[in-house]
Design a protein around this ligand. Sequence first.
Ligand code: NDP
Length: 488
Amino acid sequence: MVAETKIGPKKLFIGGKWQDAASGKVFPTINPATEEVITEVAEADERDVDLAVRAARKAFEEGPWSAMSGADRGKLLRKIADAVVKYGDEIAYLETIDTGKPISETRHHDASRVADLFEYYAGWCDKIQGETIPVRGNFLNYTLREPLGVVGAISPWNFPLSLAAGKVAPALAAGNTVVLKPSEQTPLTALRIAEIAQEVGLPDGVFNVVTGPGSTTGRALVLHPGVDKISFTGGTKTGQQIMRDAAATLKPVTLELGGKSPNIVFADADLEAAARHAFWAIFYSKGEVCCAGSRLFVEDSVHDRLMDKLVERTKRLVPGDPLDPKTRLGPLSSESQLKKVSRYVELGIAEGGKLVAGGQRYRTGNGKGYFFHPTIFDEVDNRMKIAQEEIFGPVLATIRFKDLNEVIGKSNDTPYGLAAAVWTHDIKKAHLAAKMLKAGTVWINTYNALDVSSPFGGYKMSGFGRELGMHALEHYTQVKSVWVNLGE
Ligand code: NDP
């Protein structure tokens, strides 16, 4: 494990150079476990964003990147993957102090996911191709699948590097150049990956990182006429704002937004496994997960048995120092998340939810850190706000149901549609439910299974476009149709 070291001030990464913001402004990044400032980071404004976009444009139009073969691009992406493996401990450490996610997660899930993403998309670089089309007439018609140009990637604070890499890797694989704007709350790993890109020899300007708040730095990127596409992960309201801003220059956007995902346990399920997965579905990464299983639907006849198992497990989950390899629940990412989660717990009680575990802030010895006890509400009605709105924290709403039609109706009755899970041994019921659920991902007898090769994204207000797998590449390419006259 990387020893705790002092981390120096951070600059912007533009055109292969590290530079201060034009304004000279900086902002602090805070460790949510200690409430201490980790370091100061340069705050980009529209002038810096403009420089970054110009650098990315130049690299796209003129630099070695534009002339490079897919195979050679692939070699570079593979080198990034190898470097991420090499520096995995350090990346995990930075992610943990910036987000509060336990080191066991950042090391074994986040850092390895980032390496997997670059490795996977490295393999695609020389396989992105057009087709020949048997048109009418004496013509040869073929398509070219071309990159879009400069991609603006805006990533959130809950899985800072792996969600950023989920945009950067396919965008680069397709031959685009990228300007990444990580969340102001968690910029450290995005800046580290820029160092890695430089170390492995990615040409200048191909990958740029501008740090600063979403409302200024992020907005400047979305509004910039030199950006050809925005790929965004974050809150639904921000997604709506981004669509409005992108409309001015008609930029295509892909949006991966929030969720209120149903996890449905039928009476015939393996209750031991269902309880174990329901627990991690909501408490993994402190519930700050877009596809968290935040609504647990339990069939009446097994409700009490399942809840006994789940509550017993939950009471044993004690928040702790995220740098301790044994910790499984770290602090919430920020003070504002702590306030938001606390407000929702008060609301849940006022709405008539039955609090059966947690429900308040967890105080460490020195009183520092944004820790919160894992919390379960039972006897929730699906129309309550705690069942409808995304809390984005370790708070579970449990709802009883009697039959398939009732539970599917209620599951689909939210504005969101990111993910859903079904627990049953009845194969017909499982596949019927998978068909009826309005969600971009459906898990059967599991939860949170993800792979870089399988598409991920939302229905309804959980967004549109798909990340991961070959589906993501469609959003970073455009198709040109070429006609050749073979003789009239
Ligand atoms: P945001 O949607 O504000 O943050 C996501 C990213 O967008 C960040 O990089 C942010 O920058 C940036 N951003 C914010 N406003 C703009 C803008 N106008 N133009 C361009 N970029 C912008 O998330 P919040 O931190 O406000 O979280 C609010 C809620 O959103 C959470 O409680 C949760 O419910 C949901 N959420 C969902 C996520 C998911 O995985 N789907 C991830 C994060 C949040 P910065 O952070 O620097 O301000």
